[in-house]
Ligand binder design. Structure first.
Ligand code: ADP
Ligand code: ZN
Length: 208
C-alpha cells in the first residue's frame, strides 16, 4: 500500500502517519524528519537544507526528490510506504510519478486559523526527534529517550506565518492535482486525534 498524506503545517500529518504506518506495517517517510536528522548529524545535505528550513522556505525540489527516490528503494518499503510531507510542489508530484505509483492521497484538512495555535504547542525531542504537543504531554523531557524537548526554530510565529503562505502557494494546488487524478480522499483534521485516526483508517479501508 502506497499512501500520501497532504495537509498544511500543523494539520497532524506526522501524528496520524506514525499510527497508520504501524497499523498497516508500511514505512513512514517524513521528509521533514529526514531533513532534521541530516541536520542533527551535520551532513552536507543537512547543512544545505538548514537555511531554507529556518526561513520557512521549501528545500529545492531536486534535493528532496533525490532523497525520497533513494529512501523508497530501502527494504522496509517493500510492503508499501506512507509519504508525509512529500510531495509539496507540483514538480515534486510529477517527479514522483516517474518513481512510483500511489494508491491513495489523503488530505488532512484544517482551517488556516487553527494552525498557529496548534503549532504553538508543538515540542520536539533534541535526541531522537520525536514530536509532542503541550495539550497532551506535560513533561519537558522525551518519553522515549529522556532527552530535553525544544521548540523548532521554524515553529516560531513569524516563520509559521510564512510556512502557511508557502503551503497555500506551492502545496495546496496538489489537492486539485490529485483530485483530477481521481485518488484523493479528504478527512476533517479539525477533530480529536482519535477521531481523525478513525476517519483516515476508514478512508484507507476501501483499499485493503
Ligand atoms: P510540517 O509538518 O510542520 O509541515 P515538516 O517537518 O514536514 O513540517 O517540514 C519542515 C520543513 O522541511 C519545511 O518547512 C521545508 O523547509 C522542509 N521540507 C520538508 N519536506 C519538504 C519537501 N517535500 N519539499 C521541500 N521542503 C521540504
Ligand atoms: Zn527522544
Amino acid at each position: 500500500m502506497k499512501l500520501i498524506f497532504l495537509g498544511p503545517p500543523g494539520a497532524g500529518k506526522g501524528t496520524q502517519a506514525e499510527k497508520i504506518s504501524e497499523l498497516y506495517g508500511i514505512a513512514h517517510i517524513s521528509t521533514g524528519d529526514m531533513l532534521r536528522s541530516q541536520m542533527r548529524e551535520g551532513t552536507p545535505l543537512g547543512a544545505e537544507a538548514k537555511g531554507y528550513i529556518d526561513r520557512g522556505e521549501l528545500v529545492p525540489d531536486e534535493l528532496i526528490v533525490a532523497m525520497v527516490a533513494e529512501r523508497i528503494k530501502e527494504e522496509d518499503c517493500a510492503n508499501g510506504f506512507l509519504l508525509d510531507g512529500f510531495p509539496r510542489t507540483v514538480s515534486q508530484a510529477e517527479a514522483l510519478n516517474g518513481i512510483s505509483d500511489i494508491d491513495m492521497v489523503i488530505d488532512i484538512a484544517v482551517p488556516a486559523e487553527r494552525l498557529m495555535e496548534r503549532i504553538g504547542g508543538r515540542r520536539m525531542c533534541s535526541g531522537c526527534g520525536a514530536g509532542y504537543h503541550t495539550s497532551s504531554y506535560h513533561k519537558d523531557t522525551c518519553e522515549k529517550c529522556g532527552a530535553s524537548l525544544y521548540i523548532r526554530d521554524d515553529d516560531r510565529p513569524e516563520t509559521v506565518k510564512h510556512r502557511i503562505t508557502v503551503y497555500e502557494r506551492q502545496t495546496k494546488p496538489l489537492i486539485d492535482y490529485y483530485r483530477e487524478k481521481g485518488n484523493l480522499s479528504r478527512v476533517n483534521g479539525d477533530n480529536t486525534p482519535d477521531r481523525v485516526f478513525d476517519d483516515v483508517a476508514a478512508a484507507i479501508k476501501g483499499l485493503v
